[in-house]
Design a protein around this ligand. Structure first.
Ligand code: CP
Ligand code: NVA
Length: 309
């Protein structure tokens, strides 16, 4: 069966653990190599990754491009607007055509239904590079960063402050799969997807939604936030006003555990969801997190192509 990676649950907890181990091992093994050098085992030699972007990207684009190169393969990157998708060719026809040229497809799009449709029609693995619903690849990198900072996942207390968005939905999914707990401080009307919350709770994770930023942050091992206005959303003044009490600042970080780390998927809006003092402060791990997109994406590709797990 074709292994799609549309959400973390497509892999499941055991495969996610294998992906994380592989990402950390591969990263350590090539620490002394220049960035463009191929991993000595070149596990995806001869493979082609097609990437389709319907939204902007810096990290996802670079990390997947470098990931396939380091694994020995090559990439084709397409901005949807300059393809025939931009002129109305269907997702299904595009999926079939691209499947004839590439061994895997990574797509960043808006409506999650589009990636579901692409996966249904494609004959090669489809990987979610972000939709309005979820951002699973980001969370693999986040979990890797947490592990590399010496924190075990089971029982971990993660605090989210801000918008109940795609990134939070994937963190909630990860909590269910990897057995950590999450306190999400979100204003009313900006809560995460209810189905993701229910599923994680069913799997045994404690998922608490609170309107109190301090309650969310208290005693946390990891504090996470993201932009208040995601791609494709209006910069609505009411939303910004509702989110203002959920800014991650030094007062909030002081409520977390003394050795807590701060994560942000980036891009950040400094002075909005997080202050400069926190994002540039000693607890911030944002650039390790960004680099881990590369290492994590390599192992996601290996899993999707049946070379792992
Ligand atoms: N975090 C993330 O997905 O970044 P890009 O939008 O730059 O890809
Ligand atoms: N929530 C953000 C994440 C960007 C990586 C967005 O969807 O724009």
């Amino acid at each position: 069966m074709t292994r799609h990676f549309l959400n973390l649950s497509d892999a499941g907890g055991d495969a996610l653990a294998a992906i994380l181990n592989d990402a950390m091992e591969r990263k350590a093994a090539r620490a002394d190599l220049p960035k463009g050098a191929v991993d000595p085992d070149a596990p995806l030699a001869g493979h082609v990754l097609a990437m389709i972007f319907e939204k902007n990207s810096t990290r996802t684009r670079m990390s997947f491009d470098m990931a396939i190169r380091q694994l020995g393969g090559t990439s084709i990157v397409m901005d949807a607007g300059s393809t025939q998708i931009g002129r109305g060719e269907t997702i299904e026809d595009t999926a079939r055509v691209v499947s004839g040229f590439a061994d895997a497809i990574m797509i960043r799009t808006d409506d999650h239904a589009k990636i579901d449709a692409m996966a249904k029609a494609a004959t090669v693995p489809v990987i979610n590079g972000l939709t309005d619903l979820s951002h699973p690849c980001q969370i693999v990198a986040d979990l890797q960063t947490i592990l590399e900072n010496g924190k075990a996942l089971p029982g971990l207390e993660v605090a989210w402050l801000g918008d109940g968005n795609n990134v939070l939905n994937s963190i909630i999914e990860a909590a269910g799969l990897m057995k950590f707990n999450l306190r999400a401080g979100c204003p009313m009307g900006f809560e995460p997807d209810a189905a993701f919350v229910k599923e994680a709770q069913k799997a045994g994770a404690q998922i608490m939604l609170t309107g109190d930023a301090k309650e969310a942050a208290s005693g946390a091992d990891v504090v996470v936030t993201d932009t208040w206005v995601s791609m494709g959303q209006d910069h609505a003044e009411e939303k910004i006003a509702a989110l203002t009490p959920f800014q991650v600042n030094e007062g909030i970080m002081a409520l977390a555990k003394p050795d807590a780390i701060f994560l942000h998927c980036l891009p950040a809006h400094r002075g909005e969801e997080v202050t400069e003092a926190v994002i540039d402060g000693p607890q911030s791990r944002i650039f390790e997190e960004a680099e881990n997109r590369l290492h994590a994406q390599k192992s996601v590709l290996l899993w999707a192509l049946g070379k792992l797990g």
